[in-house]
Design a binder for this molecule. Structure first.
Ligand code: NDP
Ligand code: 8X3
Length: 254
């Protein structure tokens, strides 16, 4: 049964991976969840399992008109969003910059930067007016630590990190909180399958023997951030599997 006392979370990219795990975790914690993604079938499947506490929304976050339409058409009872989770995102390819397909770069910029800023721009004013709200942006360790082939993907996540900090600067005194969650290697999502354009073997090799994080670990982190009292803001949180660490800087020689 619905109650207006229940907090509301809007999660983008809820059809798979972290977004689905975050949505399910919020539902378990008593939230109502607006679950957005391009593919409706997995969202409808979620709704079949969770009922009226989940509102599935078909949305391509890259599309400014579609984002505006979602904002306009949300049912009255679903408008006071407490937590916006900007999770929709992707990496495409690991080619070096000098060999990369520009269309892949464009898609990452459109989704990870334009999509995330469109959603934030649409839903932030309501949070400020209500003097309450939390924006959780899903960044990445790739936004901090460079690696070969990470070029534009990592740069989009560096944007997410600085945008998150700058949001905090603008939101000072409003009561609205912002967190950048920066995961490392996480398996059991569609991330690598998307990045490697459906190459199952390469995807399996990425995680073999690595004991990567699981989507539920990220959902746990997001749930913890959202559970903190209103006077606590986690600016950023970086989470890696124990198996993941750092390499030294490299030097090429003649
Ligand atoms: P998945 O590929 O499993 O999920 C990505 C989700 O984003 C899907 O639900 C997809 O749904 C959605 N999505 C993609 N493009 C759009 C779009 N244009 N509009 C709306 N939704 C979109 O990946 P993960 O769950 O692993 O990744 C989620 C986030 O976490 C991403 O931002 C990613 O960069 C980040 N991340 C992932 C890590 C990992 O190792 N897995 C580590 C660090 C960060 P649909 O196709 O239905 O639209
Ligand atoms: C995903 C983590 O290291 O594959 O953001 O770029 S990584």
């Amino acid at each position: 049964t619905q109650s207006t006392q229940q907090p509301i979370a809007l999660v983008t990219g809820a059809s798979a991976g972290f977004g689905r795990a975050i949505s399910e975790r919020f539902l378990r914690d008593g939230y109502r969840v607006i679950a957005a993604a391009r593919r409706m079938a997995p969202l409808q499947e979620l709704q079949r399992r969770h009922g009226d506490a989940l509102l599935p929304i078909q949305l391509d976050v890259r599309d400014a008109q579609a984002v505006a339409a979602v904002k306009q058409s949300l049912p009255e009872a679903w408008r006071a969003i407490d937590v916006l989770v900007n999770n929709a995102g992707l990496a495409l390819g690991t080619e070096k910059a000098q060999e990369a397909d520009f269309q892949n770069w464009q898609t990452m910029i459109d989704t990870n930067i334009t999509g995330l800023t469109l959603m934030t721009h649409a839903f932030l004013p309501g949070m400020v007016a209500r003097k309450r709200g939390l924006v959780i942006n899903i960044g990445s360790v790739a936004g901090k630590y460079p690696y070969p082939g990470g070029n534009v993907y990592g740069a989009t996540k560096a944007f997410v990190a600085q945008f998150s900090r700058n949001l905090r600067a603008d939101l000072a005194g409003t009561g609205v909180r912002v967190t950048d969650v920066q995961p490392g290697l996480v398996g059991e999502t569609e991330f690598s399958l998307v990045r490697y354009k459906g190459d199952q073997e390469r995807t399996a090799a990425m995680y073999a023997g690595a004991h990567p994080l699981r989507p539920e670990d990220i959902a746990e982190t997001v749930a913890w951030v959202a559970s903190l009292p209103p006077h606590v803001n986690v600016n950023a949180i970086e989470v890696m599997p124990t198996s993941q660490s750092f390499t030294a800087l490299t030097v090429t020689r003649d």
